[in-house]
Ligand binder design. Structure first.
Ligand code: SF4
Length: 403
């Protein structure tokens, strides 16, 4: 089995990706004339501007935007596309906030409110432990669980399952722990890192615009706090992901500004490894003004992300949210990573996702290969990789023709 490693900040990207990109963009004549200034910037390694991002969102030829994003993807990773073996455990749905887009949170007295104590969490994880190397845990802001609770949870987890990396707690959960335990967020991060927290997921960024946040997630961390907490995590050697929830009430310009805010922090810290853009899944009760993003809108947003965020190594197709079919297409529109085997997940499924949860590695690899890529299994922080060798898949039987 072919295996290799990479430093965390490069996360497996080719060192000479900028040269490869310039070569793969070819000549201006291969592209629409209106893209010429964007091509020029990409060739020179200059970050795209706000107006470039808006232009890409409005460009009449979606496939051309996808082809451009695909040039960046292949310059960075060749034809490799990545996945990992993970499980999502959402430790509690009890939350002191009530964000308007959230279908997951419950008040403490709700019939279906739950909070896993440490033993329940460990027993749950035990079922998946032989098959995974990452547990992804985010949940509600529990009114009583302070930093001590999570220290005990992570220590117990590391003791029992030392091979499993813990990717847990969004920025607002870190902020909440700081408030409950009366500690600065940096101290919370230092203590949890010491207890076994490996990296932070990127959830909760939504749209980094405080006017939008005041409407869709009033009371959550501000844009500045989201960025500060991730910057603090990076400063103590933890990597993190970042996200964007699109399709609520934001404008195209606010989406692009969101990407630029993340890119600016990345310029300072280099600690983001993956950007995960995913659409809001609306229903009649939450943000009724929002509309379900179409497949082309999702693909375009992923492609623009790849082009705006050339300093963040990976762009993820979050199949829990966009489903397997769009995720597969996204691998041709700039995404290079597909969320893992997952096994169990509540937040997106309560919001309406019907993405399958029982994918084994061979089925994930099949999605990647059908998209024309080579499946590579990675560890949680993109530092070790191995080419996935799928067991031979039986050829499909063709249907008998009617006589
Ligand atoms: S999004 Fe998070 S913070 Fe907001 S209500 Fe849901 S669980 Fe609570």
């Amino acid at each position: 089995m072919q295996a290799w490693t990479s430093e965390g900040h490069r996360a497996g990207a080719n060192q000479d990706w900028q040269d490869l990109l310039s070569a793969s963009l070819g000549i201006d004549g291969d592209w629409s004339p209106m893209l010429s200034s964007i091509l020029e910037r990409l060739r020179r390694g200059v970050a795209l501007s706000l107006s470039d991002g808006v232009q890409l969102f409005n460009h009449p030829d979606l496939h051309e935007v996808g082809r451009l994003a695909n040039c960046v993807r292949t310059a960075k990773f060749g034809n490799h596309a990545f996945f990992n073996s993970n499980v999502h455990i959402n430790q509690t749905n009890i939350c002191v906030l009530a964000c308007r887009f959230c279908a997951f949170r419950r008040g403490p007295k709700a019939e279906d409110a739950y909070a896993m104590d440490i033993d329940t969490y460990l027993n749950d994880l035990e079922q998946y432990a032989p098959f995974v190397d990452e547990v992804h845990s985010v949940g509600g802001l529990h009114p009583k669980w302070g930093v001590e609770h999570y220290e005990s949870l992570f220590q117990a987890c590391k003791e029992k399952f030392p091979h499993i990396a813990i990717k847990a707690l969004t920025a607002v959960e870190i902020k909440h722990l700081g408030q409950l335990s009366n500690l600065p967020t940096l101290d919370v991060l230092v203590r949890l890192h010491h207890a076994g927290l490996h990296s932070l997921p990127g959830g909760g960024a939504e749209i980094l615009d405080d006017e939008v946040r005041a409407i869709i997630c009033n009371g959550k961390e501000s844009s500045e706090e989201y960025l500060r907490i991730h910057g603090e995590a990076h400063s103590i050697g933890m990597h993190s992901n970042c996200t964007m929830l699109f399709g609520t009430i934001e404008s195209i310009e606010q989406r692009v500004k969101h990407m630029i805010s993340l890119r600016s922090l990345q310029e300072q810290t280099g600690g983001f490894q993956c950007f995960v853009p995913y659409p809001f899944l609306p229903d009649d009760s939450r943000l009724p003004q929002a509309q379900l993003a179409t497949g082309t809108e999702i693909l375009r947003t992923i492609a623009v992300s790849r082009l705006m965020l050339t300093n963040i190594p990976h762009i993820k197709a979050y199949r829990m949210n966009i489903g397997d079919h769009v995720a597969e297409l996204a691998l041709q529109y700039g995404a290079d990573d597909i969320d893992g085997t997952v096994q169990k997940e509540s937040i997106m499924h309560l919001a309406g996702s019907n993405a399958p949860l029982d994918h084994d590695r061979a089925r994930l690899a099949r999605i990647i290969e059908d998209a024309g890529c080579i499946a590579v299994q990675r560890n949680t922080t993109y530092e070790s990789f191995s080419l996935f060798e799928a067991p031979t898949i039986k050829p499909r039987r063709s249907l008998k023709m009617a006589q």
